[in-house]
Design a protein around this ligand. Structure first.
Ligand SMILES: Nc1nc2c(c(=O)[nH]1)N[C@H]1C(S)=C(S)[C@@H](COP(=O)(O)OP(=O)(O)OC[C@H]3O[C@@H](n4cnc5c(N)ncnc54)[C@H](O)[C@@H]3O)O[C@H]1N2
Ligand code: MOO
Ligand SMILES: [Mg+2]
Length: 395
């Protein structure tokens, strides 16, 4: 199945089973959460016209170029009186512009006369250096719609609007399990044939950054009965996210458990890495089985699991950014699956890590993103390719 079709199915499944429960969190705890309701402006922004410069406010209407005496000083955080006709006001950046003034001149463009008056050395235009009331937002306008994920910028904007509390969707509960008899947790000694479990840490830390509540199930042995038991024990979660055991080997039991005891709705995608990605349901709970090779886990989480989880939370914007860049490499042999190569930008060209084996996670640590090579395509240096930055997908 092509990637688009699989993604569409996953997103439809996610939209059919949204995580609707909400909670109120303080602005300080909003990072990574998703707005359950739109955030409205509680006033015009700015609430009043204010000065963009340190300088002098005056009325250009009726002013004939003469020097003006200073009638008041207006600092940010104060409320000025109306401007007395025939005068100017000393004013500082961010301070409200007095009623009657329609222009601010920066102090670099005036001469202070010995008698204390201000002479304006440059032509003046109405509105100059004034940030008008409501230029950013009008009272009541929805500034951040429901379904927005809250990162530093959105939290800053929510603060600008004065919201100390936010209505957000509850965190998705995700059970993470790593299948594989060969797996050992880091920090312990390796026995013969054993390797360290990297997918567990990769997925747990990524899920936490995405605002999920992680139920860490640990390592699951390659055994059908134990696999069934484990899936049965995870019925209180929104998603079971596993790695490994989805290919066709004699120790691959996850797909079999779904086929026999649940429902298998997706298996085998035309992508590399990530081919045996599996999606289905065991009893009540959706199950996403990511392939066990670490680079396959990474790519399928980025391209499929992440959008799925975000759509469960009501996010509309779930597709990764794809930038057009020039290939800095030849790709002489067309593949039957769409390839996602771990790549870096050097100047305006994408170069790829020399070893693209799906067992090599180091390629992804080296990379800044994934180059997408469509199925059936060869490339020459300089050809245009799509580059998916990984950094924006991590949070
Ligand atoms: N005859 C075929 N064999 C394979 C096919 C195929 O189409 N026909 N597909 C290959 C592809 S592509 C992939 S990807 C892998 C996926 O296999 P599984 O998802 O079943 O994963 P495992 O067999 O359990 O493990 C694969 C590989 O990854 C290592 N691994 C697993 N879990 C972890 C972990 N948590 N941390 C680190 N490394 C892990 C495991 O030791 C294996 O080396 O199947 C191919 N085979
Ligand atoms: O699709 Mo597998 O993920 O190539 O290694
Ligand atoms: Mg396998």
């Amino acid at each position: 199945m092509p990637l688009e079709q699989a993604l569409q199915r996953l997103l439809e499944a996610a939209a059919a089973e949204p995580i609707q429960a909400c909670e109120t969190v303080s602005l300080a705890d909003g990072a990574g959460r998703v707005l359950a309701a739109g955030l409205q402006a509680t006033s015009d922004l700015p609430p009043w016209p204010n000065s963009a410069m340190d300088g002098y406010a005056l009325a250009t209407q009726g002013w004939a170029g003469q020097a003006l005496p200073i009638s008041q000083r207006v600092f940010a955080g104060t409320a000025p009186g109306p401007l007395q006709p025939g005068t100017c006001a000393r004013i500082f950046t961010g301070a409200p512009v007095p009623d009657g003034a329609d222009c601010v001149e920066m102090q670099e463009n005036v001469t202070l006369l010995a008698d204390g008056r201000v002479q304006f050395d440059q032509p003046l235009t109405p509105g100059q250096n004034i940030r008008p009331q409501g230029q950013e937002t009008r009272l009541g306008e929805t500034v951040l719609p429901a379904g927005t994920r809250l990162g530093p910028i959105e939290l800053g904007l929510a603060a600008t609007l004065g919201h100390g509390q936010l209505r957000v969707r509850r965190r998705p509960k995700v059970a993470v399990l790593s299948t594989g008899d060969e797996l050992v947790e880091p920090g312990q000694a390796l026995g013969p044939g054993q390797i360290y479990n990297s997918n567990r840490r990769l997925l747990i830390s990524w899920l936490q950054r995405l605002g999920c509540e992680v139920i860490d199930v640990g390592i699951l042995a390659d055994d059908l009965a134990l696999t069934r038991q484990c899936l049965e024990a995870c019925q209180q979660v929104d998603l079971i996210l596993s790695t490994g055991g989805v290919s066709v080997g004699e120790a691959d039991f996850l797909g079999q458990a779904l086929r026999e005891g649940g429902e298998l709705s997706l298996w085998k995608l035309a992508i590399k890495p990530g081919k045996p990605l599996t999606f289905g349901r065991y009893l009540q709970v959706p199950v996403l089985g990511l392939p066990g090779n670490p680079a396959s886990t990474l790519v399928t989480f980025a391209l499929l699991a992440r959008p799925y989880l975000l759509r469960r939370l009501g996010c509309q914007q779930v597709a990764p950014l794809r930038l057009a860049v020039a290939a800095g490499f030849d790709w002489p042999v067309a593949g039957s699956r769409r390839e996602f190569l771990r790549a870096r930008l050097e100047g305006d060209r994408a170069v790829i890590y020399p070893n693209q084996s799906s067992g090599v996670l180091r390629s992804a640590a080296w990379a800044q993103g994934l180059v997408e090579v469509p199925e059936g395509t060869t490339l020459r240096v300089g050809d245009s390719v799509r580059f998916i930055p990984l950094s924006e997908l991590l949070g």
